[in-house]
Design a protein around this ligand. Structure first.
Ligand code: SAJ
Length: 403
């Protein structure tokens, strides 16, 4: 492989598709990952991630010689950081991976290089990394281009959205913003919106917080309607007939690795100001706890009425409909809680999008529904939409599948 033009640090859900996209334009990309299995898999032209069209894109990029993976970085002219930013205790963001990735590049930088962070990061991270770099390499001060450019792709549609979504690009100065825009222009058809690094960092956090707040509103309505004996699904459909109202759907909580996580990046840095954002997190977390209580109550009532323990079907484990991703899934949390509280009663755990899971014995959804006394729908999977339920079943519909 020729000298790479781009070094991509982090070959996960975003880094690998982005690396494959850049390589598809006949640009040499050197991908770096700390996991040797990931490196080996990619160098064989295979992928470790389930994402439509990614396997083909990576296979082609590797076969054509434009993408190569390694555990260490090499010299290039553009460096992109796409590593995770997890949490420490108390929901505080942990930028140590971004910092470690940056430290690994410091000795490779030369004047004129472009350094971009794409990882979801607390406000001020890009400036912090700039200070770190210039502390170690003072002779490069103001000679690098440094920018933050978040992605906003939807899992399951990454290869399309990477190219077609608009992007927000914020440099630490105007020259950096322009250099980063010129870079992304080669690969992205969506509009590229210039701003500064802090605004770009906040923009990513705000997008996901906004959705979290809107879902919390729907979830709060579902709690109110339950007490008021009103069908929340009908209510929302009717309210949405207003030309300027667009309420989202309640569910059994909010999951995934973005919306349930990113708002904490704001709350932990601005605890006094971010009241609605913090409350939304609490409401959406509480909704899962409330679903557990509802299922437990239904079980108790059944036992009192029928003088025997019910069989309960828990329908869905994924964090949203029609996917096999269980990360941060409220449905998985609910299933775990129900099983923890269970004595000897029978539970059927159902997830039609996965074949097996270590901590659950999965049951086919048709068998579960036929044999259960209580059927609790947690995730609105398409597979559940054709189910017919006999009148003797106790049905708890937390995701509006029956509406
Ligand atoms: N949910 C509801 N009610 C709704 C919509 C969603 O309860 O009306 C729940 C889902 O069931 C799920 C959670 O919200 O548990 C999140 O699902 P999602 O489809 O809203 O979002 P993600 O996590 O798959 O992807 C989000 C997207 N962000 C926004 O829509 C603002 C995506 O564009 C981001 O790129 C991604 O987060 C990310 O990586 O940040």
């Amino acid at each position: 492989m020729n000298n790479p033009e781009v070094v991509m640090i982090g070959l996960g859900y975003i880094g690998l598709p982005t690396a494959a996209l850049i390589a598809s334009k006949s640009v040499y990309v050197h991908g770096v990952d700390v996991n040797p299995n990931v490196v080996e898999t990619i160098n064989q032209g295979k992928v470790h991630i389930v994402e439509p069209e990614l396997d083909y894109a990576v296979a082609k990029a590797v076969e054509d010689g434009y993408l190569k993976a390694s555990e260490t970085a090499v010299e290039a002219s553009t460096y992109i950081i796409v590593v995770p930013t997890p949490f420490k205790a108390k929901n505080e963001p942990d930028i140590s991976y971004v910092e470690a990735a940056t430290r690994g590049l410091i000795q490779l930088f030369k004047a004129g290089d472009l350094y971009i962070i794409e990882s979801t990061s607390p406000v001020g991270t890009t400036e912090k990394m700039m200070s770190l770099i210039y502390r170690e390499r003072p002779e490069l001060k103001d000679k690098l281009h440094i920018a933050y450019c978040p992605e906003r792709v939807l899992p399951g549609n990454v290869m399309y959205e990477l190219v077609h979504n608009d992007r927000v690009i914020g440099g630490v100065n105007e020259a950096s913003t322009q250099k980063a825009i010129a870079f992304y222009q080669k690969y992205i058809k969506g509009a590229l919106h210039p701003t500064n690094a802090r605004t770009a960092e906040m923009c990513k956090l705000v997008e996901n917080s906004s959705r979290d707040v809107q879902i919390a509103f729907a979830n709060e309505l579902s709690l109110i309607c339950d007490k008021a004996d009103i069908d929340v699904w009908e209510l929302i459909t009717l309210a949405n007939k207003h030309p300027r109202v667009q309420i989202l759907q309640p569910g059994c909580g909010v999951g995934g690795h973005c919306i349930a996580v990113d708002p904490y990046f704001i709350v932990s840095d601005f605890p006094m100001e971010s009241k609605i954002i913090g409350a939304a997190r609490e409401i959406n977390n509480y909704k899962s706890f409330w679903c557990v209580e509802k299922i437990e109550n239904a079980k108790l009532q059944f036992e009192l009425l029928h003088k025997r323990k019910p069989k309960t079907a828990i329908m869905g484990l994924a964090f949203k409909p029609n996917i096999d991703d269980l990360r941060e899934s409220p449905a998985k949390y609910i299933a775990q809680k129900i099983l923890q509280n269970a004595q000897n009663d029978v539970h059927f755990i159902v997830e039609p999008n996965i074949e097996s899971y270590p901590s659950f014995k999965l049951t086919d959804y048709k068998i579960a529904v036929e044999q259960a006394d209580i059927v609790a729908f947690l995730v609105a999977h398409d597979a559940f939409k054709t189910i017919t339920l006999s009148d003797d079943k106790v049905v708890l519909d937390f995701c509006g599948i029956l509406k």
